[in-house]
Design a protein around this ligand. Structure first.
Ligand code: SR1
Ligand code: MG
Length: 402
């Protein structure tokens, strides 16, 4: 058995060939470390002769973005490989195929998606993805509704809850999303021009603190469905035809709203980036219109699918009672806007931010985009019951983006 060691571009080829019969004997290998997330090593291994390729993802025993001072459970890849297999079956392949998970090396070997791009980068380049809404709404509804008590046999669901307990990764979210951004957290990462604004508008607002605390406890105490747990546009691969969701290492049983709110928040932040930083002309109107439609339709199509799929899959007698599905789904979308606001806040002032906003070159445009993002986020958290349709989000955006 292998003992754990950190792979390198030099050692990964031997490692793959030892674990898997995938490449031919005369393969000419090319290998690059391509990981740009906060946590793991990711290698693309390719045979340039046949063009066959795969991905090796290895968990590090610490947070890559912070260094060895921030240790982290190295077994998280095991949870990730299990949920990917479940999601693959539930969604008919909206996630990459896993070839192998190696417990000793904490490594996953999986399908390469090099004909896709990370959605965040595609959107920053103002690309549009015509099938995204249909596919992400399918992913959300199938992975969430079908793993909930509405559908699953309740003892089986509880066994899933137990096997997806993910305390260290959940703690990251509890701290980085639901705590530090609403306080003067030591790991916050606030650019100088925003420090006073953050303190006055976010930290000093007692009503906001209370509502953010409620959102935190909703995240921690509602084992509703098997979540992806980190469903931002950096965890989504896209091309013009297809969508693949990656990186569910933060998976656990939590509120459905956490996944949905993350998707919407990251779409909104990309819209703000385009709205405040693109030059007039140069395709700005087309791209901004596309983003607004995508935000609106992600909310409305997802909600409509929840409501239409429900009747065909519901098994629990009480969940079939008249009016219950509307009550249940409405509550999910109220919590979704609260999560959306928390994610927008943390991506502006917290430890882990987004390129969409940080890469705006012009100081004034970046300041405007970030302060607008914080003001909208605050409104979403405080008045989340008012933001439950796609049009509600568009009305909010048009109020703040003039
Ligand atoms: C320390 S990890 C920081 C962030 O990266 C992940 O993608 C999650 O979003 C987490 O909050
Ligand atoms: Mg990730």
């Amino acid at each position: 058995m292998d003992k754990y060691y950190e792979l390198t571009e030099e050692t990964v080829i031997d490692y793959v060939n030892k674990k898997l019969v995938f490449f031919s004997k005369d393969a000419q290998f090319k290998c690059n470390e391509i990981g740009d997330g906060n946590l793991n090593l990711v290698f693309m291994v390719k045979d340039v002769k046949s063009s066959k390729s795969l991905i090796v993802k290895q968990s590090l025993p610490y947070v890559r973005a912070a260094g060895e001072d921030w240790p982290l459970d190295i077994g998280r890849g095991e949870i990730e490989s299990r949920i990917l297999e479940i999601e693959y079956k539930l969604t008919g392949g909206l996630v990459p195929e896993i070839y192998l998970y190696d417990n000793e090396m904490c490594c996953m070997i999986m399908e390469d998606l090099s004909d896709y791009v990370i959605m965040r980068y595609g959107l920053i380049d103002h690309e549009i993805y015509p099938n995204f809404v249909e596919q992400i709404s399918d992913f959300i509804v199938k992975t969430l509704l079908l793993t909930s008590d509405v559908v699953m046999e309740h003892k089986e669901k509880k066994a899933y809850v137990k096997s997806f307990i993910n305390p260290e990764l959940c703690e990251i979210t509890e701290d980085l999303v639901f705590t530090e951004p609403f306080n003067l957290g030591a790991r916050n990462n606030i650019e100088a021009s925003l420090i006073d604004f953050h303190k006055k508008i976010i930290v000093d607002d007692r009503e906001l603190a209370l509502e953010a605390a409620k959102m935190k406890y909703c995240f921690m105490n509602n084992a509703q469905a098997l979540l992806h747990g980190d469903l931002h546009t950096g965890s989504i691969f896209v091309n013009k035809e297809s969508t693949k969701v990656i990186d569910p290492e933060f998976a656990f049983y939590g509120p459905m709203a956490y996944d949905i709110g993350n998707v919407i928040a990251n779409l909104i932040m990309n819209y703000l980036s385009a709205f405040f930083s693109m030059e007039e002309g140069a395709g700005k109107d087309e791209f901004c219109t596309y983003m607004l439609e995508t935000i609106r339709d992600t909310v409305d199509v997802t909600k409509a699918k929840f409501l239409s799929v429900w009747d065909g899959v519901v098994t629990d007698l009480m969940a079939k009672k008249e009016g219950f599905k509307e009550f249940y789904i409405e509550q999910v979308f109220v919590e979704t806007s609260g999560v959306c606001g928390c994610e927008m806040t943390r991506r502006t002032v917290g430890f882990a931010q987004v390129k969409d906003l940080n890469d705006i070159k012009d100081d004034q445009a970046r300041y405007k985009a970030k302060t607008t993002n914080l003001l909208m986020a605050k409104e979403l958290i405080l008045n989340r019951a008012n933001y439950v349709t796609g049009q509600d989000y568009l009305d909010l955006i048009s109020k703040y983006c003039k």
